[in-house]
Design a protein around this ligand. Structure first.
Ligand code: PHE
Length: 404
């Protein structure tokens, strides 16, 4: 009930702001702050209206459906929450924000199609996306070509922002994440690590490499390296090799979609070594697919809903009130990505792509939910990581590891 009235109040505030600005700015037909999932191109109908009266369009490309759907849905929820707050407070540069989200179904071809549409038909001012590094690397060259600033909320492979000077991210990168996992394993006294990675995903191969070098540098030994492809139903051969390797820990830098089945098969084989992963494990779905097999395993992530920092607790309660779920790291990063973008538009005092990119590059110590964000010379963010333990179907905060 609280939730309903809170939402109603928000809607009323938005409506009032719209009414007040209607003669000046016009709030268009954007009542919900989002045109989620429309891939028919009808969102482009007003896209050539570049007068001050128009909304500022923010594009989001995401896996709203398909096997990695919690990535896209959580991120989109976080963005929506931020957009509605900004709009209720009067918008940006006197204009309301309009979110145009397209579903790429987690597919490479669809990614290229929807990013091109956002740039050339909807004429978005900025792009948010993607979660998966492989798909960000498809979107980035397109955004770069059309001069549209792109902010990845959560792609951690270093190559993403190397695609060009219009490409930014608000998360840490995998050389750091690999070190975080290696340090944690080392502190637990795990000396022998098996690595099981997805040979097709740049995120997985990159993070596997970063972990291996950091782990060996700390004195550990990689006892076996095994690979799989996304969608593989059976990991029997790899698990046999891991069983024979007598590893103390199994490092699995994959997405939640595969880790559930892997964990079940590892435990079914009688292997008791803990499993360790990266941010790709971050989905409430993992507890469902893995069941008890994932209990006592750990992964690194961008934030924990259990952190006591005020920014975290405020965000968690607002998100829960609106969506009825505990926000994962993707929701927090989507929220942060939108706020960083808005901050840059304000400082640029312009919707020009190059001006916004220059302002993004100058971002210093922006207080975000996932930590303070300073954009470095490579257009990345340097931030702490957290280690979470999976226990009884939930994620539990263990520790925070800061960059040196
Ligand atoms: N970091 C992952 C990648 O680069 C994406 C991811 C981020 C997944 C956060 C879950 C949580 O592909």
């Amino acid at each position: 009930m609280v939730r309903t009235s809170r939402r109603t109040v928000l809607a009323q505030v938005s409506a009032l702001v719209c009414a007040a600005l209607a003669s000046l700015a016009g709030c268009g037909n954007n009542t919900g702050g989002s045109n989620t999932g429309n891939t028919t191109g009808t969102n482009g109908a007003n896209s050539t209206n570049t007068s001050n009266a128009a909304t500022i369009k923010i594009g989001h490309y995401a896996s709203l459906t398909g096997s990695e759907s919690t990535f896209g849905v959580s991120t989109d929820n976080g963005i929506k929450l931020a957009i509605d707050e900004i709009n209720a407070a009067g918008g940006v540069l006197g204009r309301q924000l309009e979110l145009i989200t397209y579903d790429n179904q987690g597919k490479p071809n669809e990614t290229a199609t929807v990013v091109t549409r956002l740039c050339t038909q909807d004429h978005v001012t900025a792009l948010i996306g993607e979660v998966a590094s492989g798909r960000s690397m498809i979107g980035a060259p397109i955004a770069q070509r059309y001069g549209v600033p792109m902010i990845s909320p959560s792609s951690t492979n270093p190559d993403v922002t190397r695609e060009g000077d219009m490409i930014f991210r608000v998360c840490f990168i995998d050389p750091f994440q690999g070190l975080v996992c290696a340090k944690f394993a080392n502190e637990r006294g795990w000396q022998r690590a098996a690595v099981l990675f997805n040979r097709e995903a740049p995120y997985s191969t990159g993070l596997a490499d970063n972990f291996k070098s950091a782990f060996t540098e700390l004195g550990g030994t990689i006892v076996t390296e095994q690979a799989y492809a996304a969608g593989d139903p059976d990991f029997g051969a790899q698990i046999t090799a891991i069983a024979n390797s007598e590893a103390d820990v199994i490092f699995i830098p994959g997405y939640y979609t595969e880790v559930g089945a892997i964990a079940r098969q590892v435990r079914a084989r009688g292997i008791t070594a803990p499993m360790l992963g990266g941010d790709g494990w971050d989905s409430a779905e993992l507890a469902n697919t893995a069941g008890e097999a994932i209990n006592g395993s750990f992964f690194s992530n961008h934030y924990s809903h259990e952190e006591t920092r005020e920014a975290v607790q405020t965000f968690v309660s607002k998100y829960q009130e609106r969506f009825g779920a505990v926000p994962d790291g993707l929701a927090a990063l989507g929220y942060d990505a939108l706020l960083i973008t808005v901050d840059a538009i304000k400082r640029a005092n312009s919707t020009d792509g190059a001006a916004i990119a220059a302002a993004l590059a100058a971002t210093q110590n922006f207080p975000a939910v996932t930590g303070n964000i300073t954009i470095d010379a490579d257009r990345n963010a340097s931030k702490s990581a957290v280690i979470l333990e999976l226990r009884d179907g939930a994620q539990h905060y263990v520790t925070t590891i800061a960059p040196d």
